[in-house]
Design a protein around this ligand. Structure first.
Ligand code: ADP
Ligand code: MG
Length: 317
């Protein structure tokens, strides 16, 4: 245990993982959800905690928006496993002074989103303190008969897809309104199209990096022209001078899915995606480890994982 902890959020998670026995069945640390088995049935479990000043600003955004985001980000992790969300428990640290009022708004936002996705709110924990609002949602779901989709199943030659335009989610508060791709993930999985999958919470360059790492140290080539850029990324670029493509690759909190599909299925999938699913084919999995960006003239440049990292990122949103 005296071994130094590597820098960054993911260095720390890696260290925790190496010091935690892996479960003999199911899925432990390292995917969007854990998978635990009761009497042979696979249950998905995920938890995400949001903090005032980090993931939202209560005074500007209001408690309902916080509730919607808190439920939404967890739903997105269940979507990433191609699971069906079922039950949630919610723990809150309320700011004393406005505790009841904040709790009411928060609950409305949580309930509205839970209802929309058929999730039952079955418990939680309520605290108040002199600190800012903190809310943690634990979400449970079930895998379908096809089983959960993992980050670790990408293979050389797979095509890389994302389900929507990326970047600039912070610029106009889109990060507060995630649209978890639960139905989309199920439809893609049903079509047999998905090998490895993750949701885009930290940014494509980081999240696709997790797929590559979990799949045994593979690489990917991303076609710069193929990355779908959200209008928010273009407006954000105008305001801060950072190129729109950089926003699309690194901003995070888009809550779209990124997945890989076998090469021989990719063309037909791109040509006729399941109904209601938007697809953008952005690149290819390759053997040489790491991410590279291919420009229109075919030139390859290494792409760093510059998505959000809690231990390195700015101190507040
Ligand atoms: P996501 O962005 O999909 O929510 P994270 O990047 O937060 O995933 O976490 C990556 C993996 O590490 C997940 O499997 C998560 O459960 C696990 N993890 C994160 N923090 C901890 C922790 N403090 N202890 C144990 N596992 C953790
Ligand atoms: Mg995730």
């Amino acid at each position: 245990m005296s071994e130094p902890i590597p820098p960054g959020e993911f260095g720390l998670i890696d260290w925790i993982r190496r010091h935690t026995p892996s479960p003999t069945r199911g899925v432990g640390i390292g995917d969007d959800c854990a998978v635990v088995e009761f009497d042979g049935a696979a249950t998905l479990v995920t938890v995400d905690m949001l903090m005032d000043g980090r993931h939202f600003r209560l005074a500007e955004d209001g408690p309902e928006a916080v509730g919607r985001k808190a439920m939404g980000v967890n739903l997105s992790d269940v979507a990433a496993m191609a699971g069906v969300p079922r039950f949630a428990v919610v723990a809150v640290a309320l700011p004393r002074g406005s505790a009841a009022e904040v709790a009411r708004g928060l609950h409305e936002g949580l309930r509205e989103t839970a209802d929309r996705f058929g999730v039952a709110l079955v418990g939680g924990d309520t605290n108040a303190w002199d600190g800012p609002l903190v809310v943690s949602v634990t979400l449970m779901g079930v895998a379908t008969a096809r089983g959960p989709r993992r980050r670790s199943e990408a293979r050389v030659g797979d095509a890389v897809f994302v389900t929507g335009p990326l970047g600039g989610s912070l610029f106009r508060g889109r990060h507060l309104r995630p649209e978890p791709r639960v139905a989309e993930a199920l439809a893609l999985d049903e079509a047999g199209a998905v090998r490895a999958m993750i949701d885009l919470s930290d940014g494509l360059s980081s999240d696709l990096g997790h797929i590559l790492q979990e799949s045994g140290g593979l690489g990917a080539v991303i076609d710069a022209d193929a990355v779908p850029i959200h209008p928010d990324a273009i407006d954000h670029a105008r305001a801060d001078g950072v190129p729109p493509l950089d926003h699309a690759l690194n901003d995070g909190e888009d809550f779209e899915l990124c997945f890989t599909a076998p090469a021989d299925a990719a063309d037909s999938l791109a040509a006729s995606p399941p109904e209601g699913v938007r697809l953008h084919r952005v690149g290819t999995i390759v053997e040489a480890p790491g991410l590279r960006l291919r420009s229109a003239d075919g030139r390859l440049t290494p792409l760093e994982s510059r998505g959000f990292d809690h231990m390195r990122g700015p101190s507040a949103r």
